[in-house]
Unconditional design. Structure first.
Ligand code: ARG
Length: 421
């Protein structure tokens, strides 16, 4: 096990069981100093207590950095602009935080002169991939220690290790779930959820209210966007962090943001995942609706294809890749006109766009109206449609018949050209 000797390790510390146990384990197995680094990306809970526990459990140093603003502005806003949803459903809440945690980990490691970094990811998940690829991309000098992947302990073993070493831990002993939380969402895996044939028990949800508490009355909320970024709720400007937090609370009350699906992980397995992402599942549909109003059709089509790739890159740990950056730059370049207001109706678990407006709207009422005063050149429609459908009609007329008899029927005449008026 002692494959590498390290002097000083900076551990990405969450305050949970895995990374709490990792502190004495790293000291024992690597003989290294341990700096526990808690990166605040908007997870709930008392960070001060978590730092205190890290020190109690043997960390030589325990630090917290507040990365919420950077997370919102430099990771979540680009994801909103890209309507980023992995496999069409998951807003990448856990995935988006990883590269930010990695960049803080690497910079603190350099500041304190550490020769290694450590994380608490298992050997089956996506997070190990995101951490390792990120660290290897940003630094070539730091070794990576992954205690949970290396030590072969399960949850009960970890609890036992904590008991034997007299560690202070902060977990419900009977909770079988693995939970990850940040500003953009909450991921819950494990326990009963592992059977995709069973519905998720109500106890896994925390940010979204119980269906019996969902208000009977719908609530309309108007989201203001400027160049693709959300800036206000009901006309009140908010900072990025505040806006996301208040929308999580607002939409969560109506039960919006629950996601339950079977996801394809990087390492090739499928797994049942549940998430709660109230703000993300309100903002992304609103942003898409505004784009539908202001972006030209061809631009939207190309953008949708790249959005899918963007989501896959983020999911797969390639935030720092040139391709992700280039797609991000393309996406940003499309957002100049994505300014305006979108009204979303929150009701009984769903967020539905009911109105949108923008000074850059491409919807020309004089062309689209069915009422009086339309300026649409309807006389041009017939000739347009004739040419528009011509290649399909031609190919259909010349389609070979299935049975290959030598006397092949002569093709029908192509459709007649209408007389122009
Ligand atoms: N499946 C999600 C992802 O890969 C969530 C991972 C949640 N992580 C956790 N430690 N519970 O992004």
């Amino acid at each position: 096990m002692l494959s590498k000797h390290c002097e000083h390790v900076v551990l990405a510390y969450s305050g949970g069981l895995d990374t709490s146990v990792a502190i004495p384990w790293i000291k024992e197995h690597y003989g290294a100093r341990v700096t526990a680094l808690l990166v605040n990306v908007g997870q709930e809970g008392e960070l001060g207590d978590a730092l205190e526990r890290a020190r109690f459990n043997g960390a030589d140093q325990a630090l917290a950095v507040d990365a919420r603003e950077e997370f919102a502005e430099s990771y979540l806003f680009p994801a909103i602009q890209a309507n980023a949803l992995y496999q069409g459903v998951y807003p990448l809440s856990t995935a988006l935080a990883r590269p930010l945690i990695v960049s803080r980990l690497v910079s603190v490691a350099r500041e304190v002169g550490a020769d290694a970094v450590a994380h608490g990811c298992t050997g089956k998940g996506n997070d190990q991939v995101r951490f390792d690829v990120g660290v290897k991309t940003l630094s070539n000098e730091l070794a990576i220690i992954a205690p949970v992947r290396e030590w072969n302990m399960n949850r009960p073993d970890e609890m036992e290790y904590a008991r034997q070493h007299g560690l202070k831990i902060h977990v419900k002993p009977d909770s079988p779930y693995s939970i990850d939380e940040n500003l953009w969402g909450r991921s819950v895996e494990g326990g009963l959820l592992e059977d995709p044939g069973r519905s998720a028990p109500e106890e896994v949800f925390d940010w979204t209210h119980h269906p019996q508490e969902w208000p009977n009355e719908p609530q309309d909320v108007t989201l203001g966007f400027s160049q693709g970024n959300p800036i206000s709720i009901d006309g009140v400007r908010q900072t990025p962090v505040e806006l996301i937090r208040s929308l999580n609370a607002l939409a969560g009350r109506h039960g919006i943001g629950r996601i339950d699906h079977v996801e394809d992980r990087v390492v090739g397995i499928k797994s049942r995942e549940t998430y709660e992402c109230p703000a993300a599942l309100t903002l992304i549909p609103a942003h898409k609706a505004l784009e539908a109003l202001v972006l030209p059709r061809d631009l939207q089509t190309v953008k949708v294809g790249l959005e899918q790739r963007f989501g896959e890159l983020v999911y797969g740990g390639f935030w720092f890749s040139q391709l992700r950056e280039a797609i991000g730059a393309f996406v940003e370049s499309t957002q100049a006109s994505v300014t305006g207001e979108v009204t979303v109706r929150l009701h009984q678990g769903s967020a539905r766009v009911v109105a949108r407006k923008s000074p850059f709207s491409l919807l020309a009422p004089e062309l689209a109206t069915y009422g009086r005063g339309s300026t649409f050149p309807e006389g041009a429609a017939e000739g347009f449609i004739h040419l528009y459908g011509l290649s399909t009609a031609l190919a259909y007329a010349h389609k070979p018949t299935v049975e290959s008899t030598p006397a092949r029927e002569a093709p029908r005449a192509p459709p007649a050209v209408p007389q122009t008026t």
